[in-house]
Design a protein around this ligand. Structure first.
Ligand SMILES: *[C@@H]1O[C@H](CO)[C@@H](O)[C@H](O)[C@H]1NC(C)=O
Length: 589
């Protein structure tokens, strides 16, 4: 019974991010419910608390609104407010409540105002934001530090016919209620006025009306020139790499194949990649882990492409981050079959026989670090009473999604992959005894390859990375999803190209341990992305405090890890194809 209930909740929550929200029509005088949602420091987007945690006017019995999964993930916790608003009826100076504030409560409010707390109300799905209070700091001498609370709010609502288009609060004509020098309990009356304005904006266009008047600063200026510039540079770079590699390869092949027919006097010092043809397809150590990396990497590739395509097609409402969150969770669970299939298929090809272990490794390769990070972040939120801490039901629900959808799909994908696997196609036979690898110069060592292979893809997207960070970690609305798609494609193709080039250098030094190297050399882009996030935190954002910092670095780490898996999988596949190609074209005796 409980299970069925959970399942029905699941369906409702997962479908909720998609449009078709009920539209509400009102008649003159109909009550319009204002919900109070969250409060938090203006500069910390992921640190939010319940409005009623502050000493504010609250009803005796707090009634919560049921929310979609996306809203819960976004830290929304809506509850009914005490504002009494009637459709198209102005109200002047209504009393919200009278309250007594103890000295401690005043101190609490003062701290919140000093930290620039803002509040968010929701009226007919329109978010209304404003600052909790007013702070004035001025001059050197005499130093003044005034703090006041907005105890009166003017609520302005725009309507079109029988629907609400837009709403805001303003305090332009209001004097703040001073909270300075309070030594004894204070009595305070909260009041509000409601004013209705006709609007010509239609209901379908009200999203634009909201976007035009954002409470949060719009610092996101898109620099088209630099985006185009970086893209052109990337294409030139890619072109050069491809052309040079093709020429070198052509001359290599011509030389090797001529030597074979001709006089057999191969220059002993310059054997290059031909000499290792009996070793290059020798299976690497830690095969199971390699296959798991490939599997999860391809899963995220599918997930990323899926989300971008869905957004491009306008499949969901991108007003709120929450919608994307819950769509991502659903898609993650569904794409688990990709990871199972790819991983166990390749594992079989490499001759692995511990199939069950491979599947377990594949499922936990992402979910274990995710769960660990998430527990830390959630505990910090929870300990601080932030609304970003997920309630137990949501946690249970997410676990159910994983247990009932994600994990079984991985296993099913794994069974299909295992059964459809053929032999590993190697153009050359591998000898039993491995060749000795000559000493490599420093510039062919793994750390140098990782630095080059990570930096180039990273620099290809670094311009756009700022916009993406500002969207995810700020309150910006990213609207250039087309560009996001191009950036994704650029990142993957640069990664693949660089990996092929580096693999070529490695092989020409007669070093045949390319399997793991090709994963690491471009996968290290993830490390650069993490470094960028540190830079973003210190230099480009105003975040502060334990809660926001832990959240930021926890999820930045996970993002970097996902990029590592994705790029690792892509560059490994590119290198494998490249190596097969060159050894097929080599004439063997
Ligand atoms: C709030 O809305 C009213 C009515 O549309 C408008 O006149 C006013 O400028 C808005 N105030 C702010 C601060 O956006």
């Amino acid at each position: 019974m409980c299970f069925l209930h959970l399942l029905s909740l699941l369906c409702v929550w997962l479908v909720a991010p998609f449009p078709a929200t009920g539209d509400s029509r009102y008649k003159q005088g109909d009550p319009v419910m204002m919900y109070v949602n969250k409060v938090g420091p203006y500069h910390n987007p992921q640190e939010t608390y319940h409005y009623y945690q502050l000493p504010v006017c609250a009803p005796e019995q707090i009634r919560h609104k049921s929310l979609t999964l996306g809203e819960v993930l976004d830290g929304d916790r809506m509850a009914e407010s005490m504002y009494q608003i009637a459709f198209r009826q102005n109200a002047e100076r209504q009393t919200l409540c009278e309250m007594k504030l103890s000295v401690n409560q005043v101190e609490e409010l003062r701290t919140a105002i000093e930290e620039l707390y803002y509040f968010e109300f929701v009226l007919d799905d329109v978010p209304i934001r404003g600052f909790l209070g007013y702070m004035e700091e001025s001059g050197f001498l005499p130093h003044t530090h005034k703090i006041g609370l907005w105890s009166h709010l003017d609520i302005n609502i725009e309507y079109n016919d029988d629907r609400i288009i837009y709403a805001n609060v303003s305090v332009r004509d209001v004097k703040p209620f001073s909270l300075d020098d309070v030594r004894e309990p204070l009595s305070l009356t909260h009041t509000y006025s409601v004013r209705w304005f006709p609007s010509s904006v239609t209901y379908d266009r009200r999203g634009d009306r909201l976007r035009d008047s954002s409470f949060f600063p719009k610092s996101l200026e898109i620099h088209w020139l630099s985006i185009i510039n970086s893209m052109v540079l990337v294409f030139l770079l890619l072109g050069f790499v491809v052309i040079i590699l093709m020429r070198v390869l052509k001359s290599d092949l011509a030389r090797y194949n001529l030597d074979e027919e001709g006089t057999d006097d191969m220059d002993q010092g310059d054997n290059g990649w031909k000499i290792i043809h009996t070793d290059v397809f020798r299976f690497p150590p830690y095969r199971s882990l390699l296959c798991a990396v490939l599997g999860v990497g391809f899963q995220f590739l599918a997930l990323g492409t899926g989300i971008i395509v869905m957004v491009l097609l306008g499949l969901f409402n991108v007003h709120r981050h929450g919608a994307i969150n819950s769509a991502a969770i659903l898609l993650y669970a569904l794409t688990c079959c990709v990871s199972g299939y790819v991983s166990s298929n390749f594992y079989r090809q490499l001759g692995g026989d511990r199939w069950v272990w491979n599947i377990i490794l594949t499922t936990s390769l992402f979910s274990a670090p995710f769960f660990l990070t998430w527990s830390v972040v959630n505990s910090v939120h929870w300990a601080n009473g932030s609304t970003q801490a997920l309630p137990a039901t949501t946690i249970l629900l997410l676990l159910t999604v994983w247990l009932l959808v994600g994990f079984p799909l991985t296993v099913i994908g794994g069974i299909f992959g295992k059964n459809s696997a053929g032999h590993f196609e190697a153009p050359c036979r591998t000898k039993n005894i491995s060749r000795e690898i000559p000493r490599q110069p420093w510039y062919k060592s793994a750390p140098v390859h990782m630095a080059i292979g990570g930096f180039l893809p990273f620099s290809a997207i670094s311009v756009e990375l700022y916009y993406i960070f500002a969207t995810v970690w700020g309150r910006e609305q990213y609207t250039l999803y087309g560009i996001l798609f191009v950036v994704f494609a650029i990142l993957l193709s640069v990664g693949a190209c660089i990996s092929v080039a580096l693999t070529y250098f490695q092989l020409s030094g007669e070093d045949y341990r390319w399997w793991w190297r090709s994963v690491l050399s471009t996968g290290s882009t993830g490390a650069f992305i993490f470094l960028y996030s540190v830079f973003y935190y210190w230099r480009r954002s105003n975040m502060s405090g334990v809660v926001q910092t832990v959240e930021f670095f926890g999820y930045s780490f996970l993002t970097a890890y996902v990029f590592f898996l994705m790029l690792g999988a892509v560059s490994f596949t590119a290198s494998l194809r490249f190596i097969r190609y060159i050894y097929i074209n080599l004439k063997m005796d």
